[in-house]
Design a protein around this ligand. Structure first.
Ligand code: GLU
Length: 322
């Protein structure tokens, strides 16, 4: 065990360049751990292979370092560390995820589902707008009661393992949004845990990693609020303690939509190429998180001691330029 030390993680997916929105989340995740003298891991979430870009990992590391964000253990750690650096890359851990998936299968907590995305979309009830963000269509339960023999499964071209949500209300506490409450079976629907060939979905990999790496604090974007219900279902079933969650509101464009290319180039790499100083970005991000009264430039280290979760805005921040 790690005693009482807080353990956090930065968990980028190398699917694109870091922009201001991701940067604020990582800055706050870093700051929280540094303020508490905890340990911070860098974990690479690269199992969504079609979306992974070969250049994005190094670019993310360069961008984070440029901002002044560091970590104690990562896949790039040279010095001996508590954790095998390779275990901080999800694509290196497939056998571990498979072992947990086998447990879920043998306990009947997941079922084989042959529905395609478009079948789910057609059969599903309308997407649900709740206290959570609008998500995709809710799985209508088409394959829930089907039973495939091992031989039948072998013959299936494609299927997925879906978690079977139990009825009932789930309550948990978010460090920014406060009490959270939903009926996941109705409001989220059974979710994919892995592909039939064993490649895990994000939901499974993240729970197994946070447990194995003894993560006690998760700071991430609030587009993942709904996923927390899924991850809590998995960790509860496995009798694993769950970390404390802090879901940071997103930065959006003037049209209220999540920051993207249409809002102009907000990639950190772009600002760096333009000669913008990292202190200017950090100062701006700190201001939007109410860590300082003006957007005046400052370096990440100067923020240590200033983070108070209760002061963070609960809603999205509109980006109107640096
Ligand atoms: N890899 C995820 C992302 O980049 C973050 C997952 C998490 O923090 O749980 O969106």
């Amino acid at each position: 065990m790690n005693g009482c030390r807080v353990v956090g993680r930065l968990a980028p997916s190398p699917t694109g360049a870091l922009h201001l929105g991701n940067a604020r989340t990582f800055l706050l995740a870093w700051l929280s751990i540094r303020q508490q003298h905890g340990k911070l891991l860098l974990r690479i979430e690269d199992i969504d292979s079609p979306r992974v870009k070969p250049w994005a990992l190094q670019a993310t590391i360069d961008d984070l370092r440029w901002l002044g964000i560091d970590w104690d253990e990562g896949p790039d750690s040279a010095a001996p560390t508590d954790i095998d650096p390779k275990s901080l890359i999800q694509s290196q851990r497939l056998p571990r995820y498979q072992a947990i998936l086998d447990e879920l299968i043998s306990q009947g907590r997941v079922f084989a589902c042959t529905c395609t995305r478009s079948e789910v979309a057609e059969a599903a009830s309308a997407p649900h707008e709740s206290s959570m963000r609008l998500e995709g269509p809710i799985y209508p339960g088409t394959c829930r009661e089907k039973h495939f023999s091992p031989q039948e499964l072998n013959q299936l071209q494609k299927f997925a393992w879906r978690w079977r949500f139990e009825e009932g209300q789930v309550v948990w506490h978010d460090g920014i949004h406060g009490p959270m409450c939903a009926r996941p079976a109705q409001q989220l629907g059974d979710f994919v845990v892995a592909r039939g060939d064993g490649v895990p979905a994000y939901q499974l990999a993240v729970v197994v990693d946070d447990h194995d790496q003894q993560v006690t604090e998760v700071v991430r974007g609030d587009d993942l609020l709904a996923s927390t219900y899924r991850q809590l279902a998995l960790s509860d079933f496995l009798h694993w303690p769950s970390p404390k969650y802090f879901h940071i509101p997103l930065i959006v464009g003037t049209d209220g939509r999540r920051l993207a290319k249409r809002h102009g180039d907000t990639r950190l790499g772009h600002f760096r190429e333009q000669g913008v100083a990292p202190e200017k970005i950090v100062g701006y991000l700190a201001w939007t998180a109410n860590l300082q009264p003006t957007p005046s430039p400052l370096c990440a280290q100067q923020l240590i001691g200033r983070l108070e979760w209760s002061k963070l805005p609960r809603g999205p921040t509109t980006f109107q330029g640096l």
